[in-house]
Design a protein around this ligand. Structure first.
Ligand code: PMP
Length: 425
């Protein structure tokens, strides 16, 4: 029998250590919110391939749409012979995205590429170089998005020099003692110390920081950024790569604030497990780059576009945006009950909109000193209890839950019981 241990040994010999692995559980197959490893062991999946599976593993409608597309053609390159599913998907996103006025959409492959292209488009539209992002933010691993990412370890170490003209402001979070006023003051300092606002192309922000610890951007921050952008002719880029497609109890997380960004980067759950990303934006801004300035050989792959069209149908038909709120409420109430037990690991700051829920593992009940070591143990214990779980956060002590929105009540409950057992262990 192929064992996880034997595969792990082969992986260590054949694949560089720079690719981190959360769990040495080698996938053999998966359905909806369940995954089976090569040894035949079943797990409840609360990771969803890092926020990719809002519609679950292998949703039958997504698989059927991809199979139908596969029978027609799998690749032409949109820049050679374009195809209808790409256009149909752009039309659907243009219609539902919270963009003021007419919108246009380009498709790429990864989340990082979506952010790269959003910046290229913003620079072309404004004729300016500067980008402001936030500490703790995560935008990808390419050169530019690595610079935009607000965390040195492990993302930037050994990879200098960073691309120029990227500046970071602190992200507000009460337990860290950073307020919205602090963040806005820091941007004013950037304007005075580093770059005048008339040279800034864009401010890029996650409506809920993902890798940084599931920290929602306060509405007053997003509103203030919109105002600041309008005042100085800066474009507002919202990174919905992790938050989009129903996860937060809205189709797009920025909708919670009522703020309309100029550009929205999307990826992950857009195509339910197939590689697809996009930039949705104000039509006039999107048309700034010259013909041929945007694109990519695989960008907007037809199989992935077919998958995404099915994903949007499933979100609508199965009312997954409402389901996210119901799942979030069930998880939150269970977590508060667990937090009240005094025979489990102390947890704090249970938070998150919709089903984008996280909590922090801390050293003492009522305190806020991070316990990264215990967090690692909780993830390992969860695995022993049959639950695939992920951590995140700048202090490595945030446990995040990204269960598919298609999960049944029974499997959700089973996962939460395993989580409770892992915290009690
Ligand atoms: N932005 C955000 C908010 C993300 O969470 C991620 C991935 N975790 C990315 C960008 C990068 O996406 P990808 O890994 O597909 O390049």
């Amino acid at each position: 029998m192929t064992t996880n241990a034997s595969l792990q040994a082969r992986r260590e010999a054949a694949v560089p250590r720079g690719v981190g692995v959360a769990h040495p559980v080698f996938a053999a197959r998966a359905e909806n919110s369940e995954l089976w490893d090569e040894e035949g062991r079943r797990y409840v999946d609360f990771a969803g391939g890092i926020a990719v599976l809002n519609t679950g593993h292998r949703h039958p409608k997504v698989i059927a749409a991809v199979e139908a597309q596969m029978a027609r053609f799998t690749h032409t390159c949109f820049q050679v012979s374009p195809y209808e599913p790409y256009i149909a998907l752009a039309e659907r996103l243009n219609a539902i995205a919270p963009i003021e006025g007419p919108a246009k959409t380009i498709f790429l492959t990864t989340g990082a590429e979506a952010l790269e292209n959003a910046v290229k488009i913003a620079r072309a539209a404004t004729g300016r170089p500067g980008i402001i992002t936030f500490a703790g933010g995560y935008h990808g691993r390419t050169l530019l998005t690595m610079a935009m990412t607000g965390k040195v370890l492990p993302y930037k170490k050994h990879f200098a020099p960073m691309p120029a003209e990227v500046y970071h402001a602190p992200f507000p979070f009460e337990p860290f003692g950073v307020t919205v006023a602090d963040s806005l003051r820091a941007i004013e300092t950037i304007f005075r110390a580093d770059i005048e606002p008339s040279r800034v192309a864009a401010i890029a922000i996650e409506p809920v920081q993902g890798e940084g610890g599931f920290i929602p951007a306060p509405t007053e921050l997003l509103q203030a950024l919109r105002k600041l952008c309008d005042q100085h002719g800066i474009l507002l880029i919202v990174d919905e790569v992790q938050t989009g497609f129903g996860r937060t109890g809205r189709m797009f997380a920025v909708e919670h604030s009522g703020v309309k960004p100029d550009l929205i980067a999307v990826a992950k759950s857009l195509a339910g497990g197939f590689p697809l990303s996009g930039v949705i934006g104000r039509a006039a801004v999107m048309d700034a780059p010259e013909p041929g300035g945007l694109g990519g050989t695989y960008a907007g792959n037809p199989l992935a576009c077919a998958a995404a069209l099915a994903v949007l149908d499933v979100i609508e038909e199965e009312k997954l945006v409402d389901r996210a709120n119901a799942i979030g409420a069930a998880i939150t109430s269970r977590l508060h009950k667990i937090a009240a037990r005094n025979d489990v690991a102390p947890i704090a700051a249970i938070r998150g909109p919709g089903a984008m829920i996280a909590f922090d593992v801390v050293k003492e009940r009522g305190g806020y000193e991070p316990d990264a070591e215990r967090t690692k143990q909780v993830l390992a214990k969860a695995r022993e209890h049959g639950l695939i779980l992920l951590s995140c956060g700048v202090n490595y002590n945030t446990v995040r839950l990204l269960v598919p929105l298609t999960v049944s009540d029974a499997v959700l409950d089973e996962g939460l019981l395993a989580l409770e057992q892992a915290l009690a262990a």
